[in-house]
Structure formats: C-alpha cells, structure tokens
Design a protein around this ligand. Sequence first.
Ligand code: THU
Length: 133
Amino acid sequence: MADLDALFDAARTAMTRAHSPYSKFPVGAAILTEDGRIFAGANIEVMSFPEGWCAETTALSHYVMAGGGRITDICVTAEKLDECTPCGGCRQRLAEFAPPDARVHLTDANSITRTITVAELLPLGFATEVLTR
Ligand code: THU
C-alpha cells in the first residue's frame, strides 16, 4: 500500500535525524492521518538523561501543532533493533491521540514486519471521563 510505504520511509528518514549521542540508539516514528498527512519524528536526547524524549513524542508534537486529525496508522523503527516497540510512556501518549483501532506498524530495516492496534499496544490503559467532563 502506497501510504504505508510512505509512512515507513518517513519513519526511516526521521530516524536519520535522531539526536542520540548518549544511547547511540536512533529511533524514528511516523503518524498517518486519514487525510493522508504524515508527521514524523526522532528521539532527542540531552545530557541530563531523563530530559530526553522519544521519537513517538516528537512525531506527536508535529501532529498536534498541525491541528491533529484522525490517526489511522503509526510506524516505529529503530536502526539497531527489529520490531522496536514503543515504551510505556509513549504507549500512553499514542493512546491519548490515536483511536484504539489505529494500526501500529513495527519494522526491520527493510519493511513493516508486524502490525498491531493501539488497543493491543496498551491493554487496560489509563482512560477516564472524570478528567475530561
Ligand atoms: N526510544 C524511542 O525513541 N522510542 C521508544 O519507543 C523506545 C526508546 C529512545 C529513547 C532513547 O533516546 C533511546 O531510544 C534509548 O532508550
């Protein structure tokens, strides 16, 4: 599918822009919305280690600043790991903006190798109407 090829390419390209001098573990993520827009990001580390953030978070920030939209697909890729799964914090962040049936694509260096949903990525995730009513 052309959109998924573009999403994979966007995640791999974003990964090349990672700022990961401490972990030396570049990660790329890309978000596809139903209207065909793609928002990509890489992990950005800082010398005070806990202050760095993940590729998924960078991609989400681009998505939010562009005005959002319905997320259909997310792709996460890492140079040094086949099937780099999002960390716990990013699972919560992704679930904040992506519907439960949005697809999450994991990759090796060449292509998407596994596809799951946001609901599968974060079972029993924290969600409550109490905070939003
Ligand atoms: N990292 C991500 O960017 N996304 C993930 O889902 C897992 C981890 C980054 C954070 C840090 O810069 C590096 O990978 C090593 O943990």
